[in-house]
Structures are given as C-alpha cells and as structure tokens.
Ligand binder design. Structure first.
Ligand code: CP
Ligand code: NVA
Length: 308
C-alpha cells in the first residue's frame, strides 16, 4: 500500500510518536554538521522527491529540499504555472506521469480535493505541503519543538488565537492523536473545520471554543498564532477588525503560564496577529520551530517510504 500523508491521521498517533522520536534522534546525530552533508546511513539514497507549488513558500520548499538531500536523495521543484498542470492537464494525468518518473510527490495547493485526487492516481507517496484545509507537516515540526523544550504532549493546554485556518485544523487533529487539549480563541464566523474538532473530541481531546482571547489564553502552556489572512483569502478590513482582540501581545502572554511558549508557523505579520515583543521575545520558539521543519520533514519522508 502506498503511504500518502495528506493529514496526520493517515499516519496515526503511534506512527506520529515514532516520527517525532526519529526526528529527535536524527537531529542529534548530525548536530553541528554542515547542513548539506548527507546523514551517515543515507536512508533515501537515489530517491527523487518532486515538489509542486501552486502557492508561495519559503520554509516548506527549503525544508523538504534540505530534508531529501540530508537523507541522500534529490528533489526537483516545479511551480504549477510552469507545468502543463497550470495549462489544464489533469491532476490525475500529472499523478500518473510523476509516478513513473519520481519516487515521491510533495504538493502545496489550494483545494484539498486536488491533493486527494493526486494521491488517488499516484503509485508513489503524496505528501501535503499545505492545502486550504490542513498543514500536517507544519504540525510535526511544532510538536517536535514542544517536546524539545520539555513540553510533554499528553494533557498540554494549547491556546490558538486568531483565524480558524488550515494550521489550526491540523493542530486540532494532532490533539486527538497525541492527547493534548486546544482552546480555540477565535471570533464568531471564523471557526475551524468542525470535522477535525469532532474527531479530536472523539479521541478524548478537550477542544473548547472561546470568543474571549484572555479566557482562551488563561493558564495555557503554549500560545499559537498564525496570519489572519491565509494564502488565497481576500484581505478584508472587517476580518482584520474582528481578529484584532485576538492579537497575541504581552497581556495575552501574561494570562498564560509563566513558562508558556509561543509558536507561529511563519510568515508573521508583526503588529497584526502578534506583537514584536512576543515573537521576538524570550518565550518565542519560532526559529527552532522553523529549523525543525527540516527534521520533521525527514521523518515524514521516512514514514512515507515505510522506514518508520
Ligand atoms: N510555515 C510555512 O509553511 O512556511 P512557508 O509558507 O514559507 O512554506
Ligand atoms: N495559514 C497560512 C499558513 C502559511 C504557512 C496560509 O495558509 O497562508
């Protein structure tokens, strides 16, 4: 069975734990090495990862490129606009051709249906590098960052402030798999996907919705923010106005536990979803979080190839 990673549930909680352990071990094993040096065991030697981008990216592009290099393989990067896909070739035909030429596909796209169609027609692993629905690879890096900083996941209180978007959907999904709780601080009308909430709650996670940002942040172990306007969304003044009370600033951080940490997948908009004093302050883990995209993506790739 080809292993696709469209959402975290495709791997499940046990595999996700194993991926996190693998990432920690591999990161430690190559500490202080030049970043382009191949890992000693080169576990994906001679493998080629095809990357398709239908939206902008810095971290996802660079981290997957570095990840496959460190695992001994190579990548090729394609903007959909320069592919026949951008001129109307079907997703299914693209999947069939890339399956004959490459070993795995990572795609960043808009509608989640597209990645499902790609996976349904591919005979090689397809990995979600962000869709409008979810961003599972980001959350593997986020969980890795929390564990590294001594935050055991079970029972952790994670507060999300802002738009109910793709990143939040994957955090809520992770909560169900790894048994932590999420307080979603979000204005009415901007909630996240109910199916992720229901699945997480059925797995025993406590997911609560708060229309008051202070209440959401109160006693939290982790505060998470993301852009208020995701790629492909209109920049509406009324949305920014609704989001303003959910800005992560010093007052919000004071509501959280003293040793609370701040996460943001980046890119950030200082003065909108987060103030500089927080994202550039001592509780922020955003640079570790960004670096961990490489280590997390290596484990996702190894899982997709049945090595984890
Ligand atoms: N966090 C993240 O996915 O960043 P990019 O959009 O730069 O890939
Ligand atoms: N929610 C953001 C995440 C960017 C990494 C977006 O979809 O644009």
């Amino acid at each position: 069975m080809t292993r696709h990673f469209l959402n975290l549930a495709d791997a499940g909680g046990n595999a996700l734990s194993a991926m996190l352990n693998d990432a920690i071990e591999r990161k430690e094993a190559r500490k202080d090495w030049p970043k382009g040096k191949v890992d000693a065991d080169a576990p994906l030697s001679e493998h080629v990862l095809a990357m398709i981008f239908e939206k902008s990216s810095t971290r996802t592009r660079v981290s997957f490129d570095m990840a496959i290099r460190q695992l001994g393989g190579t990548s090729l990067v394609m903007e959909s606009g320069s592919m026949q896909l951008g001129r109307g070739e079907t997703v299914a035909d693209t999947a069939k051709v890339l399956s004959r030429m490459c070993d795995a596909i990572m795609i960043r796209t808009d509608h989640h249906d597209k990645i499902e169609e790609l996976a349904a027609n591919a005979t090689i692993p397809v990995i979600n590098g962000l869709t409008d629905l979810s961003h599972p690879c980001q959350i593997v890096a986020d969980l890795l960052t929390l564990i590294e900083h001594g935050k055991a996941l079970p029972g952790l209180e994670v507060a999300w402030l802002g738009d109910g978007n793709n990143v939040l959907n994957s955090i809520v999904e992770a909560a169900g798999l790894m048994k932590f709780n999420v307080r979603v601080g979000c204005p009415e009308g901007y909630d996240c996907d109910q199916s992720f909430i229901t699945a997480a709650q059925e797995s025993g996670a406590n997911i609560t919705i708060h229309r008051d940002a202070m209440e959401a942040a109160s006693g939290a172990d982790v505060i998470v923010a993301d852009t208020w306007v995701s790629m492909g969304q209109a920049h509406a003044d009324e949305k920014i106005e609704a989001m303003m009370p959910f800005q992560v600033n010093d007052m919000i951080m004071e509501q959280a536990k003293n040793d609370a940490v701040f996460l943001h997948c980046l890119p950030a908009h200082r003065g909108e979803e987060v103030m500089p004093s927080v994202i550039d302050g001592p509780q922020s883990l955003v640079w570790d979080e960004a670096e961990n995209r490489i280590h997390a993506q290596k484990s996702v790739l190894r899982w997709a190839f049945g090595q984890i």
